[in-house]
Design a binder for this molecule. Sequence first.
Ligand code: AHG
Length: 335
Amino acid sequence: MNKKIVTLDEFIIKSQKGHDDATGSLSRLLRDIGIASKIINREVNKAGLVNILGVEGSENSTGDMVQKLDIFANEKIIECLSMSGECAAIVSEENEDIIKLPSVNGKKAQYVLVMDPLDGSSNIDVNVSVGTIFGIYKRKSDASGEIELEDCIQTGLDLVASGYVLYGTSTILVYTTGSGVNGFTLDPSIGEFCLSHSDMKIPAAGNYYSVNQGYYLKFDLEMRRYIDHCSDLNLRLRYIGSMVSDIHRILFQGGIFLYPNTRKYPHGKLRLLYECNPMAMIVEQAGGKAITCGLERILAIPVTNIHQKATIAIGSPDMVDEMQKFVERYSAVNA
Ligand code: AHG
């Protein structure tokens, strides 16, 4: 007998029924993200065929070169979220400032979306996986007034939902609303995300470590010693250069992903608000851990700037704990 297919929309509606106080607003927002990611997926898949490839020539707010598909993904998500009126503002890697969305039919939007619309975009030209990362906050200020900066710079602990979409050999959307993590694979024949991985759990430890080992000599002593330890254990090094893809592997198979500080990036390279926090929420919800290389819990770091950076060590709980021991031991040696 065939197993019944559960689509993303069905799953979202069913999950909402478990919350008596739910208004349907968050559900609609999640469905809008699902629609936007199908459109992005279509463009990512045909990127080699149309003139949408290559560096556009401008720089984004954090100094990276902007590529055309980044812009497309950014615009598509903003457009999809603008139509239903559930989202009051968006913080995007591609925009220096907060994007305030106009009210739709006088609706008082309760949510703020933070996102990296296309993470790992330097992979596009070579046909390697990229992803979308998102986090959703409930605004703190009164929904009838103007959105404020404080609504957008909440800590990761305040996230009401987060997720990512990986445009890989197949396209998968993984999200959490704080009660477990579920993954939905896009079935191109029916154009629907279908539940493929329910209640995902990260292995307590695994055989993979993921770090840009080319920067080895630029890492602090404690990080070099920990990487030596991973190598001594014959762990497998895997580094795609797209955080979504690298962490996705670790979520499924166990391991640790590291982006430590270097001389070029003294505070790390990855962005706290829309890269580290959403991925940390997912990994923690799956039973993993996420801390900075200075051993702070990622989700608890105060956010002062929408484009703030953080170092990160994320993945299987036993491996993050072990990395922590190396930092404690070798930073004491340095002191
Ligand atoms: P980009 O979107 O500019 O390609 O950056 C990707 C991010 C992240 O996804 C990845 O883990 C990291 O940058 C890779 O940085 P390095 O090239 O410095 O290793």
